[in-house]
Design a protein around this ligand. Structure first.
Ligand code: SF4
Length: 245
């Protein structure tokens, strides 16, 4: 059993990775290579620092008053946190004993059969859908969508709440056709509680340059506010009643 985690960094007062104030653990390692990745420095597992289960649980306990006053908790993010599912099983079991809310922020790229125990201890999944079109998913992330789709189907089957995250990349993922495909996917998932539409930005550009890697998207500008608003309106029309932010 993996009793140490490979970690990129920790944010102790996170406000955007789940409800309330959150202790966010960014885990090292990712099997995807998203062309819009902000954290390419998380890709390789062996570049992180290692932390023991005991160290993490004791550190998390310092923030209990913040979780309780804000209905927050702990989020595991990455990289792709499901690469270290064995460790997360141990961590979530400890957090469950402490009645701490548990979120996984993931691309869903995992073998569902191997993470069922972890999912059973998860309160909410923040699922990044890279692209609803299978070919474009492969182009953008370097991987086919089969595993994320199987993961999403399993979450729906056992009714684990999901918040979807989707990056609006001008000319790549924001056409009416793309949004209609995304909406059709979400319509089949009654456990989706919220959709976050995230405007593409080039914040990761300097990291890509430092690491000497290139991305076909680096020269694409962020969408204009009115374009983002138009996409929100389209999704609101296609998915009436769903919270869209
Ligand atoms: S899944 Fe996340 S960490 Fe991995 S490459 Fe994509 S954006 Fe980056």
């Amino acid at each position: 059993m993996q009793t140490e985690a490979y970690i990129h960094s920790i944010e102790t007062m996170g406000m955007v990775d789940g409800p309330g104030i959150r202790y966010v653990i960014f885990l090292q390692g990712c099997p995807l290579r998203c062309a819009f990745c902000h954290n390419p420095d998380t890709w390789h597992m062996n570049k992180g620092q290692s932390k023991s289960l005991n160290w993490l649980v004791e550190d998390i306990k310092n923030y209990l008053p913040y979780f309780r006053s804000s209905r927050g908790g702990v989020t595991v993010s990455g990289g792709e946190p499901l690469l270290q599912a064995e460790f997360l099983e141990l961590l979530f079991a400890e957090l469950k004993k402490l009645n701490i809310h548990r979120v996984i922020d993931t691309s869903g790229f995992a073998n569902v059969e191997k993470i069922k125990k972890l999912i059973s201890m998860t309160d909410l999944v923040m699922l990044s859908i890279k692209h609803p079109d299978p070919e474009k998913h492969r182009e953008i992330s370097g991987q086919p969508p089969d595993r994320p789709l199987a993961f999403a189907r399993y979450l729906t089957k056992i009714n684990i709440p999901i918040w979807i995250r989707y990056v609006l990349i001008p000319g790549v993922s924001d056409s009416h056709h793309d949004l209609a495909l995304l909406a059709a996917m979400i319509k089949n998932m009654p456990n989706v509680q919220r959709l976050e539409l995230l405007p593409y930005n080039t914040m990761g550009k300097s990291k890509w340059e430092q690491l000497g890697i290139s991305s076909p998207l680096l020269d694409i500008p962020s969408p204009l506010p009115q374009e983002v608003e138009a996409s929100r309106k389209t999704m609101a029309g296609l998915l009436p009643g769903l919270k869209i932010v």
